[in-house]
Unconditional design. Structure first.
Length: 223
């Protein structure tokens, strides 16, 4: 099997990370993903959960369809929580939270596929990295409408704190991030933004993704 992805490559994939499931979308999810990929989304996470989420065969069928769209354009497709599904699909990676199976155990099961772990404190971040995470998802940075059981809002300061503590790993900020907040999130230390509603609920999905990505890239580059 191929080796673990280099952290500089992971960082690039985190720049404009679309997270979604059918319940988040106003339009048909395949269309949302198509538009987001056209706008330059750098990674896609299949997160089919919450009230009204698909289960069984329809869930698998949607995952396959979205994965296929990502494959065609060379964008990594990550599965939230469900290691079985990720292995069945031969997905590019898995993203887990603190309440899921341990990162160490998921790392063992998924080999060199990408592993993302949600972390809310410096201690959780350190443990995740020791157990084999390739990147950290940190948030909610701002209030979010997309996660019922979200932890307390942390503000961009958490990103500063992680960097100040010497954490040099790829980090993506998540939670309530809109185009106007991208610069603040990246300047605080994130390598990119993970978003649900700012993209899935946008009137012009492609434009929304283009604008957010442009801001990420500019904020990374400018001193
Ligand atoms: N984890 C922390 S906040 C969040 C997740 C999955 C939801 C992000 O959605 P939105 O709509 O971009 O705030
Ligand atoms: Mg989870």
């Amino acid at each position: 099997m191929s080796s673990r992805m280099l952290s500089e490559t992971v960082r690039r994939h985190l720049q404009m990370y679309l997270v979604l499931g059918s319940v988040n979308c106003l339009a048909e999810p395949g269309w949302v993903v198509q538009q987001a990929l056209a706008g330059g989304a750098t990674m896609v996470q299949f997160r089919e959960k919450g009230r009204g989420a698909l289960t069984g065969a329809p869930r698998l069928e949607l995952a396959r369809r979205l994965q296929d769209q990502c494959r065609r354009v060379g964008v990594p497709f990550i599965v939230n929580d469900d290691v079985e599904l990720a292995l069945e699909l031969d997905a590019d990676g898995v993203h887990i939270g603190q309440d899921d199976e341990s990162a160490a155990s998921v790392r063992e099961r998924i080999g060199n596929r990408m592993l993302g772990v949600s972390a809310h404190t410096i201690e959780e971040a350190r443990r995740a990295i020791l157990q084999g995470a390739d990147y950290l998802g940190v948030g909610p940075i701002y209030p979010t409408i997309s996660k019922d059981d979200a932890n307390a809002v942390q503000g961009p300061i958490i990103l500063h704190e992680l960097r100040k503590a010497g954490m040099d790993v790829p980090i993506v900020g998540i939670g309530g991030i809109t185009v106007d907040r991208v610069e603040e999130v990246v300047r605080a230390g994130a390598d990119g933004v993970a978003v649900i509603s700012a993209v899935t609920q946008a009137e012009q999905i492609r434009t929304a993704v283009e604008e957010m990505k442009k801001k990420v890239v500019l904020s990374i580059k400018s001193p």
